[in-house]
Design a protein. Structure first.
Length: 114
């Protein structure tokens, strides 16, 4: 099994930045890719970005040029640097680890508001 713990959410003004972290533990050797998703109130959970152990990165069109996913293999941690935040980025952000099954963290709330 894989355990995921997100951190770094909070309240930020439009145009501001935040960096989210996702620390993985357990059977990390089995992880094929780690991703970030988000779920706004009343909406479905949407894909944001993914990074594979080989370094392949994919972004959703809605965050390209503003968000950057990265990882620290030594710390088994994935990051999401979010810049130029907009009110529509307000959501609970979830970390996902894909093995033969999907694992999810509990999420961290990001609120973009003045």
């Amino acid at each position: 099994q894989v355990q995921l713990v997100e951190s770094g959410g909070g309240l930020v003004q439009p145009g501001g930045s935040l960096r989210l972290s996702c620390a993985a533990s357990g059977s990390v050797f089995a992880i094929n890719a780690m991703s970030w998703y988000r779920q706004a109130p009343g909406k479905e959970r949407d894909f944001i970005a993914t990074i594979t152990p080989g370094g392949t990165i994919i972004y959703a069109d809605s965050v390209k040029g503003r968000f950057t996913i990265s990882r620290d293999n030594a710390k088994n941690t994935v990051y999401l640097q979010m810049n130029t935040l907009k009110p529509e980025d307000t959501a609970v952000y979830y970390c996902n680890a894909r093995t033969v099954v999907n694992y999810w963290g509990k999420g961290t709330l990001v609120t973009v508001s003045s």
